[in-house]
Design a binder for this molecule. Structure first.
Ligand code: HEM
Length: 432
């Protein structure tokens, strides 16, 4: 059977993606119109098959290859190669290393005190600003995530985190823009120059992080892995890239949703008062008692998955329900459309943290909820990200109340991550 989808166009699909407002919105439209399996033109990949059904996704879950052309826009960031597109045999040892560094509970616990200091500094800063106009959640929280990953995986401090975040933004916007042939402000030369400067700055930061580490006596993590220098620099870059937006965005979107659902915000505050008492921050062991907070975070990542899509390339023919796809097919993972699939998420647009009670979760197929992707290329930072995000939310929401700014529109746009176009501005005030 032929897989349904829109008629091919001469522009390779760039026009349809741009007309929808980005790949994040286009995936929702495609699946609403054509059903759970759709063939479409994906810029950079010729055609791709998108799968929004969690049961059909199982048939792809073992695939251990990403389509290289789709990630080519990130290539300038790396010297020896991007871990995201390495062949399976080379990738597997890196995955093991990344998991050993990022997924160990004891090491999350060891870094918890430093994480708490970092988020407390931000809470202090925001508390001082109360009454002096809104704060920009996305800007400050992505910088906080960058500080956290540097403290955790690189054993050091991030220099000028705001500038590092801006530099990533500059590089990604320019290179993604080229992929989609999107109209961007400024002349092509000006943009290319700015992106090149931003990239040079990022490289220099990574080099300084690695050098500082080598000259110090800290026995730490990725850099200790004994790999050749170019690989280490690349892995530091990928860790900084993969960790800095995503966790900050997960927290930003959660606060955005709580601002629009005061009754849920009230329940979070009650839970924090009950579990923490007079303490301003949780201990590591408290996190698992913050069950409602965790449901809220999960529901926020369902509605606004920080990484809204992924992709694989099949290495053998696969059967997807009624369809067979050959080896070499690009499989698009529309994480957002999977999370909005009405077969598994009644009233998918509604914010309902109760969807994540153990009973409700047990009713759904395993891959109905995949904010961290799936299979051998799924996110190695998932466990760390959950610890970070829950801690940050707990500290901020114990102390502060967040309210939407009237008239400020929050619009998700695609920057490889699900970014808010004009940040998420909120008014902050002390809770008591
Ligand atoms: C809420 C926070 C985060 C979200 C939502 C997130 C989401 C994702 C997603 C969707 C992918 C692609 C998975 C796939 O293709 O199946 C991914 C990959 C990855 N993430 Fe995360 N991530 C988060 C935080 C982190 C953190 C803190 C790190 C730490 C360094 C990290 C490291 C990585 C790496 C290294 C990859 C590439 C995986 C590979 O190719 O082996 N992520 N992440």
């Amino acid at each position: 059977m032929d897989i349904p989808g829109p008629e091919p166009r001469a522009d390779g699909g760039a026009g349809a993606v741009a007309a929808a407002g980005g790949l994040h919105v286009y995936q929702l439209r495609l699946h609403a119109e054509y059903g759970p399996v759709v063939r479409f033109q994906l810029p950079g990949a010729d055609t791709a098959v998108s799968v929004a059904d969690p049961v059909l996704l199982e048939a792809t879950a073992h695939v251990d290859k990403r389509p290289e052309p789709l990630f080519a826009f990130l290539a300038p960031l790396f010297e020896a190669g991007n871990v995201q597109v390495m062949p399976a045999d080379e990738h597997t040892p890196w995955r093991r290393l990344l998991l050993s560094v990022l997924a160990g509970r004891p090491s999350h616990e060891r870094h918890f005190a430093r994480f708490t200091e970092l988020v407390t500094e931000l809470a202090d800063r925001w508390a001082e600003r109360a009454g002096q106009g809104p704060v920009e959640l996305q800007k400050d929280l992505t910088a906080l995530s960058l500080r956290m990953i540097c403290a955790y995986a690189l054993g050091g401090e991030a220099e000028d985190p705001d500038r590092v975040v801006d530099a990533f933004e500059e590089v990604l916007t320019e290179h993604l823009g080229r992929l989609y042939q999107a109209p961007l402000p400024g002349s092509r030369e000006e943009r290319a120059e700015r992106a090149a400067e931003a990239l040079a700055y990022l490289r220099a930061v990574v080099d300084r992080v690695v050098a500082a580490h080598r000259s110090g006596d800290r026995a730490d993590r990725i850099i200790e892995a004994g790999e050749r220098p170019a690989r280490i620099r690349d892995t530091v870059m990928v860790a900084m890239l993969a960790a800095h937006h995503t966790t900050g965005l997960a927290v930003s979107w959660t606060l955005h949703l709580l601002g629009r659902h005061p009754e849920a915000a009230g329940r979070v505050a009650e839970e924090l008062d009950r579990v923490l008492g007079d303490r301003a921050a949780p201990e590591y062991a408290d996190l698992r008692r913050l069950t409602y907070l965790e449901r809220v975070l999960k529901e926020a990542m369902r509605l606004y998955p920080p990484g809204p899509y992924g992709a694989r390339e099949t290495t053998e023919a696969l059967v997807l329900g009624d369809y067979e796809i050959p080896a070499g097919t690009t499989v698009f993972y529309p994480f957002w459309a999977v999370h909005m699939n009405p077969d598994h998420w009644p009233e998918p647009e509604r914010f309902m943290p109760e969807r994540f009670t153990p009973e409700e979760t047990a009713k759904r197929p395993r891959l109905a909820y995949i904010p961290f992707g799936l299979g051998p290329r799924g996110c190695e930072g998932a466990a760390l990200a959950m610890v970070e995000a829950e801690l940050v939310l707990a500290v901020l929401l114990k102390r502060l109340r967040f309210r939407p700014v009237p008239g400020h529109e929050v619009t998700p746009v695609e920057r490889f991550v699900l970014w808010a176009a004009d940040d998420i501005r909120m008014t902050v005030s002390p809770r008591t």
